[in-house]
Design a protein around this ligand. Structure first.
Ligand code: CP
Ligand code: NVA
Length: 301
């Protein structure tokens, strides 16, 4: 594994090996066992969009691994004034050991990797959010001990989270069912991949998708970059709210995951969010452990 650009690039073995290492690092952290295995290395964190979890978990994770992290906001970088990503990649490769980037277009992340000479980690694009999905898979496996055979149901916008969950779920042997409104389907590249799997189900009907699910996942209706569509989306997505009535169709023990930030009363009710808060905040914590595992995999010689 040279980079973490999108879930489509990872094999099942690579995903499981990241999750195993993440479990180990979590155990070590809880038991006060130091693991500063990347001493002397530097990671640059480029943000072209807001972040709470990704920024803080990468900064603290890097520190725990003995690394230096640099927060690079696009407001301050020359990227914000039009310096091409190709040049930024070649310059930063001469200072840093790794780059994490959160941006809009997946192509920018791919270009950064192609033109630079150091590992690149995708910290969210419009197309994918692989760091989040690794943490989600880790959290699901913590509860059920396995992933293979479980039914994951995603309800909501066919955006970065849906795209990555579908691929991550299918690659690890889960059944994946997805319900989005018409016109908000997952990316065609992801749908093409998913359609090759018998255990993939796509529908516009949330009650069909959620039936007997072990894991129910949703995401905001108006992601970063499309906030100006908020009002239209609130109407379109209203039947896709994860609420008590819908949850009654899932398995009785079903868990709920949400990448956060959550908008209570929109994609998820307050009641369901709070009933599953422990699982959702464990998922948020697991960002730290999963990303540390990714950094170790990419950087440890
Ligand atoms: N889930 C997630 O990526 O959160 P942030 O936007 O706060 O980083
Ligand atoms: N789909 C959301 C995820 C936030 C972590 C967004 O892109 O804004």
């Amino acid at each position: 594994m040279k980079h973490l650009l999108k879930m489509l690039d990872l094999s099942k073995e690579e995903i499981l090996s990241i999750l195993n290492l993440a479990d180990q690092l979590k155990y070590e952290k809880k038991h006060g066992i130091e693991h500063a295995v990347l001493k002397g290395k530097s990671i640059g964190l480029i943000f072209q969009k807001s972040s709470t979890r990704t920024r803080v978990s990468f900064e603290t994770g890097a520190y725990q691994l003995g690394m230096q992290s640099l927060f690079l906001s696009s407001r301050d970088l020359q990227i914000g004034r039009g310096e091409p990503i190709q040049d930024t990649a070649r310059v930063l490769s001469r200072y840093l050991d790794c780059i994490m980037i959160r941006t809009f277009d997946q192509k920018e992340v791919e270009d950064l990797a192609a033109f630079g000479s150091i590992p690149v980690i995708n910290g969210l694009t419009d197309f994918s959010h692989p760091c989040q999905v690794l943490a989600d898979l880790m959290t699901i496996r913590e509860k059920y001990s396995v992933l293979e055979g479980l039914k994951m149901c995603y309800i909501g916008d066919g955006y970065n989270m849906a795209n990555s969950l579908i691929v991550g779920g299918l690659k690890t042997g889960m059944q994946v069912s997805v319900a989005t409104p018409q016109g908000y389907e997952p990316d065609p590249q992801v749908m093409d991949f998913a359609k090759q799997h018998d255990c993939f189900q796509f529908t516009h009907e949330p009650s069909a998708a959620i039936k007997d699910a072990d894991v129910v996942i949703t995401d905001t209706w108006a992601s970063m970059g499309v906030e100006d569509e908020k009002e239209v989306r609130q109407k379109v997505f209203a039947p896709y709210q994860v609420n008590k009535e819908l949850m009654q169709l899932a398995k009785p023990h079903a868990m709920v995951q949400h990448c956060l930030p959550a908008y209570r009363g929109q994609e998820i009710t307050e009641e369901i969010f709070e009933a599953h808060a422990d699982e959702i905040f464990e998922e948020a914590e697991n960002r730290l452990h999963a990303q540390k595992a990714v950094m170790v995999k990419l950087l440890q010689k």
